[in-house]
Design a binder for this molecule. Structure first.
Ligand SMILES: NC(=O)c1ccc[n+]([C@@H]2O[C@H](COP(=O)([O-])OP(=O)(O)OC[C@H]3O[C@@H](n4cnc5c(N)ncnc54)[C@H](OP(=O)(O)O)[C@@H]3O)[C@@H](O)[C@H]2O)c1
Length: 308
């Protein structure tokens, strides 16, 4: 039972909807909205209070792409938290390939850097009691029907993961849409490594599936955004079946991930092979690199090269 939950990127999209669903559970006493923008966080808090009738939301300001910002934010967390949902992220937009002071590019820093620091600092200060959930994506095993190729690293060595994180893996032409799956793979493998390192905690990886009603399409290149918003999401995906769902359905996967004992630590759950919606299954049954503990530890080592 999770009484207190912290959600990063909780002012919009899946993070905010997850906050709403959790607040409606009787057991929930506190939901911390970890956001980078005070005004957006305040607006989300007000809206969530109105929608749920609960005054259990707190705000912590922090930017998950900035190591020091996250460390400062963690200092404000004085009481242990039951569960953390590392939701902030996505394809980031035009600045995705820009290298940040950490050495990771913006895409990797946003999806990984601050989240690793957040979790490790909470554990170090004995402030994390039960569970961590990381939202990965079907982009990792790929979706054949849409021409999305599975992530295919040659060795999954620490050097190769580090090249993914600083962007050099992708050569001169950085394409965030392609790099996204690789960054999510690195984060997923770090989570699986943490599950073995901390068996007393639950480290679960869950894809929300292809979810409507978030700002994710806004970060795509203009032509792709247009196609997705006007054609794929409203027409093509619903016709295909098992390819898209509403915001509440995606967010429920996160709620179940931390609350339901059927979701096990050290497993990456996402849609069935080739699908983007419907039931979730253990992805390692068909994307077998996930089972390789040496690869998992290599992702962990590579990430820590960027954390000083
Ligand atoms: N939507 C999907 O279909 C889908 C599918 C698979 C996986 N996912 C994953 O699910 C998660 C949520 O996606 P979403 O679609 O709900 O995204 P979204 O609507 O774009 O919302 C992203 C949230 O993350 C916050 N954020 C971004 N960069 C941040 C930073 N540096 N520091 C703090 N907060 C930051 C944003 O805050 P601002 O408002 O301040 O920008 C916003 O609250 C992501 O990790 C995404 O990769 C989504």
């Amino acid at each position: 039972m999770n009484e207190s939950i912290l959600i990063t990127g909780a002012n919009i999209g899946l993070g905010k909807e997850t906050a709403r669903l959790l607040a409606l559970k009787q057991e929930t006493k506190k939901v911390i909205l970890f956001c980078r923008n005070q005004a957006k966080a305040e607006a989300a808090k007000k809206d969530l209070e109105e929608q749920t009738g609960k005054k259990i939301f707190e705000i912590i300001i922090g930017d998950v792409s900035d190591a020091n910002s996250v460390r400062k934010a963690v200092e404000k967390i004085k009481e242990p938290i039951d569960a953390v949902i590392l939701n902030a992220g996505g394809m980031v937009g035009k600045m995705a390939g820009k290298v940040t002071p950490s050495g990771m590019n913006e895409l990797a820093a946003t999806n990984i850097l601050g989240h690793v620091i957040l979790v490790e600092e909470l554990i170090k200060h004995d402030r994390l009691k039960k569970a961590v959930l990381y939202p990965s994506a079907e982009a990792v095993p790929g979706v054949k029907m849409l021409g999305m190729k599975p992530v295919a690293m040659k060795t999954s060595s620490a050097d190769e993961f580090a090249a993914v994180l600083d962007g050099s893996y992708f050569g001169n032409k950085f394409d965030a849409v392609q790099a996204y799956g690789y960054v999510k793979y690195a984060a997923t493998m770090w989570m699986l490594s943490m599950a073995r390192k901390y068996p007393e905690l639950k480290f679960v990886v869950v894809s929300p599936g292809n979810t409507k009603g978030t700002l994710a399409p806004d970060n795509l290149p203009p032509a792709m955004k247009f196609m997705l918003k006007n054609f794929m999401m409203p027409v093509v995906f619903p016709l295909m079946g098992g390819m898209v769902h509403e915001l509440e359905v995606g967010a429920k996967r996160f709620v179940d991930g931390i609350s339901d004992d059927q979701y096990k630590s050290g497993v990456f759950y996402a849609s069935k092979e080739g699908k983007l919606s419907g039931d979730v299954v253990d992805q390692s049954t068909f994307f077998t690199a996930l089972k390789n503990t040496a690869f998992q530890d290599n992702a962990d080592k590579a990430i820590h090269r960027f954390i000083k």
